[in-house]
Write a protein that binds this ligand. Structure first.
Ligand code: CUA
Length: 362
């Protein structure tokens, strides 16, 4: 004898729970609608508002789904639990097929997904395309483990900090690259206040387009796990007035001219300050010990005097000028990555001091 369907009708308890879940949903949905996102995370670019709208839309309709699905799971688990007098192998009520219910939970989320898709399709090209109104196209290159920026008209690149003038539409071509292309990894360019987040992919150039709308200093974060230095891979975006930007840019042009004429005076290095810098900046990756006593990179005790390793990791002879080159530009090899001068925060004087110190080791 099969039981009559009446026994499985949803009872008064179900409708009470439905009412409570409805009220919780409504309150949370109002909360989502009025929540001031901007006061928690400032909207600092032209795309922030539309991204926040998408986020709000998604959160608004996710609330009832989360509340009802989980609310019913808890309610049904309690309401239809196995009673003490029931055999341990007893099966639950054989409820199945409720056409109206099934259609509802397929059709409503489908409509929501389609609407979200259309809204995203309208919003995302605003910044995932090369803007026709761009004042300039910059390049941002992810390296292990720092960001490099190139500006039109500047012969050198700028590391770590990205300067942008407020109110000026800009396109940034994103990619990832290393001297040895096999060692390039995926990074991700994320500026939370801009609501811009895009992977930097080796061999691929992805343009993003936006206008910074608020003067300020914002975190630039690599948000793709890219290796041992991932957590260190942070920079800043400095959004400044047009006048400040022009002044900074002119300064960069001047310093580039000065750099062209500059040579590091290697002979003037100071051994004891070199030793201090070494213990501050180098010992995380290098021992002052023989070559084979590696941390990340080789031991540097015999750097200039090791018959077993007459060449540096870049294959060049172990002389002061070539060591200085590695300190300045960094190096990426089979042992790992060494950041460049700017990422390590080394001045030219520091490099000369370090070399003076390393030359005394034997
Ligand atoms: Cu680069 Cu994480």
């Amino acid at each position: 004898m099969s039981k009559r369907p009446e026994e499985f009708r949803l009872d008064a308890g179900f409708w009470k729970v439905t009412g409570v879940l409805g009220i919780i949903s409504a309150l949370l949905m109002i909360g989502v609608a009025v929540f001031p996102i901007d006061s928690v995370l400032r909207e600092a670019s032209s795309v922030s508002t539309s991204i926040d709208f998408l986020f709000r839309f998604m959160a608004f309709f996710s609330v009832p789904i989360i509340v009802f699905v989980n609310g019913y799971i808890i309610y049904f688990a309690v309401r239809y639990r196995r009673r003490k007098d029931e055999p341990i192998a007893s099966v639950g009520s054989p409820i199945h097929d409720h056409r109206a219910l099934e259609n509802t939970w397929m059709v409503v989320p489908t409509i929501l997904m389609v609407v979200l898709g259309v809204l995203s399709y309208l919003a995302i090209p605003q910044y995932y395309l090369r803007g026709k109104d761009s004042a300039a196209t910059l390049e941002a290159i992810g390296h292990t483990f720092y960001f490099e920026f190139r500006y039109p008209g500047l012969s050198h690149s700028v590391d770590e900090d990205l300067y942008l003038p407020v109110g000026v539409p800009v396109t940034i071509d994103l990619t990832s690259a290393e001297a040895d292309e096999h060692l390039a990894v995926i990074h991700s360019f994320w500026v939370p206040e801009f609501r811009v987040k895009q992977d930097m992919i080796p061999g691929m150039i992805v343009p993003i387009h936006f206008t910074p709308t608020l003067i300020g200093k914002y975190d630039l974060i690599c948000t793709e796990f890219c290796g041992v230095g991932h957590s260190e891979m942070r920079g800043h975006v400095l959004v400044v007035s047009r006048a400040d930007f022009d002044a900074w840019y002119a300064g960069q042009q001047k310093s580039a001219a000065a750099k062209g004429a500059r040579t590091i005076k290697l002979a003037a290095g100071n051994v004891s300050s070199g030793q201090a810098i070494f213990s501050q900046k180098c010992t995380a990756c290098h021992n002052a010990a023989p070559f084979d006593q590696r941390k990340v990179g080789p031991g540097l005790e015999n750097l200039f005097h090791d018959p077993a390793h007459p060449n540096l990791v870049d294959g060049k002879p172990a002389n002061a000028a070539d060591v200085a080159w590695i300190l300045e530009h960094g190096f990426q090899g089979s042992m790992g990555a060494m950041p460049n001068q700017q990422a390590n925060g080394l001045s030219s004087k520091d490099i000369a001091d370090l070399i003076a110190y390393l030359q005394t080791l034997k």
